[in-house]
Design a protein around this ligand. Structure first.
Ligand code: PLP
Length: 441
């Protein structure tokens, strides 16, 4: 087909991209991005036809890997039956997607508002919380990512917020638990948890509890470094929200749909948020789709009052068909259980072994199919390894057939949840060799 030719002609694709495509989050010139010409399962192929283990899941969304036949077929079949319909009409595929999603969200979050992705899901969740409480402020953590739209980038706790700060209305940041680089000078996880909760409590008191509509929190911060919260932290945040009538928004855009070895990472708390946002893994990102799962009390705020928000493509049939297929495959193939086992049996012990062998690994942490390797120049001071050396390690990984995700001084290993034990073992061997070859030890 024409699309096959367009996808495989790497030289033409690259040339037209350089001329006409404007890319996100970077200066437009001086880079040589990879052309993806083919993808299947846990693998992608680049412009030189080199086959790479895709341990990025692109932007951590191909939870069922590339070209999953059941999702591809669902999109094709839905396109043939009813390719699109406006959100105001009822559509059976959308209804079924909502039913399936609600069957896995925490108890009581049974109403689904569909969006195009994660940022707008967070925008809408915050709008719902503000209208529900009549309060203006939103609290979020430093070291977080909540999306690229105006409000979502302002609740984001990283450098991407800075250029957009002028519109930060009522956004307040706090420190969350991060034992390896504690903001509280803690020496252990328990202490980190307690001090992080005391800090949050103080921020709430000083901001004025009656001014705070919501706390938005990634259950496991992803882009910011995959910091699995210590036991008790999520429960502590839930208690603070309950005490002060604050809406708890769990951002499960990256951590949700099996990434952590649970359907939603809130289950690790376990806690039930008031609103839960999702995208990415809901349909493995084959068609843009996100949404907000809504608790009954918040739903009832809008039962007789207009919800002032909407999107042209809310609940698009192609995205919803992909979700129906993806969730069905996850259930039938026990994908979430497999992700949990990959974490416990392969990533955990494998990375612990690598950390013992390589001084540059300051910490390897994660859960399920969600892992970060923090690279440091000196394990005692924890000073981050320099970008040039990290670049050489990543190049050696690619040379060996592994594509890791790079963020600051970390490699994120976030394969499809369907990656096999042997694919993960192979990836860790490639990383081991890359570290050895670059460090010369
Ligand atoms: N929230 C989290 C936790 C994310 O990781 C992301 C994207 O990486 C977003 C929100 C934004 O989602 P989107 O890029 O689909 O708008």
């Amino acid at each position: 087909s024409d699309f096959e030719t367009l996808t495989k002609d790497a030289a033409r694709a690259y040339e037209l991209d350089q001329r006409h495509v404007f890319h996100s989050w970077l200066a437009q010139e001086g880079r040589t991005p990879m052309v993806v010409t083919r993808a299947e399962g846990s693998y992608i192929w680049d412009e030189n036809d080199a086959k790479l283990l895709d341990f990025t899941s692109q932007l951590v969304f191909t939870n069922l890997g590339h070209q999953h036949p059941r999702i591809v077929r669902a999109i094709q079949e839905q396109a043939a039956v009813l390719a699109t319909v406006a959100p105001g009409y009822v559509n059976g595929t959308r209804s079924e997607a909502a039913r399936l999603i609600a069957s896995h969200t925490p108890e009581g979050l049974d109403r689904i508002f569909f969006t195009n992705g994660g940022a707008d899901a967070n925008e809408h969740a915050i709008r719902m919380a503000r209208l529900h409480t009549g309060r203006p402020k939103v609290l979020s953590r430093y070291r977080s990512y909540h999306g690229g739209t105006q409000l979502a980038v302002n609740v984001t706790g990283d450098w991407r917020r800075w250029a957009n700060d002028q519109a930060a209305q009522g956004v307040v940041h706090f420190f969350g638990p991060y034992s390896y680089r504690s903001a509280f000078s803690s020496t252990g996880e328990e202490e980190e948890c307690r001090r992080a909760l005391e800090h949050l409590e103080r921020v709430i008191e000083l901001e004025g509890p009656a001014t705070i509509a919501a706390i938005i929190l990634e259950s496991v911060p992803g882009t910011a470094g995959i910091m699995v919260p210590p036991p008790g932290y999520l429960r502590g945040v839930r208690e603070l929200c309950d005490r002060h009538g604050i809406v708890y928004i769990a951002d499960e855009v990256m951590a949700g749909f099996g990434r952590t070895g649970k359907w939603f990472a809130t289950e690790h708390g376990p806690i039930v948020p008031d609103l839960l946002t999702f995208a990415k893994g809901v349909n493995s990102g084959y068609v843009p789709l996100g949404g907000v799962a809504i608790s009954d009390p918040i739903y009832r705020t809008f039962a007789g009052t207009v919800y002032p928000g909407g999107l042209t493509y809310s609940g698009h049939p192609l995205g919803c068909a992909a979700a129906v297929a993806a969730i069905g495959a996850m259930e039938d193939d026990r994908v979430v259980e497999h992700a949990a086992a990959l974490g416990k049996e392969v990533f955990g012990p494998g990375l612990a072994r690598l950390a013992e062998q390589h001084e540059w690994i300051g910490e390897a942490r994660g859960v399920g199919a969600f892992w970060a390797v923090e690279l440091v120049a000196d394990p005692a001071t924890r000073e981050p390894l320099d970008a040039a050396t990290i670049g050489r390690i990543v190049a050696a990984c690619r040379e060996g057939g592994l594509l890791p995700m790079v963020n600051a001084n970390r490699l994120h290993l976030v394969p499809p949840l369907t990656a096999s034990t042997s694919e993960v073992t192979t990836a860790l061997e490639i990383l081991d060799r890359a570290l050895t070859s670059v460090s010369g030890s």
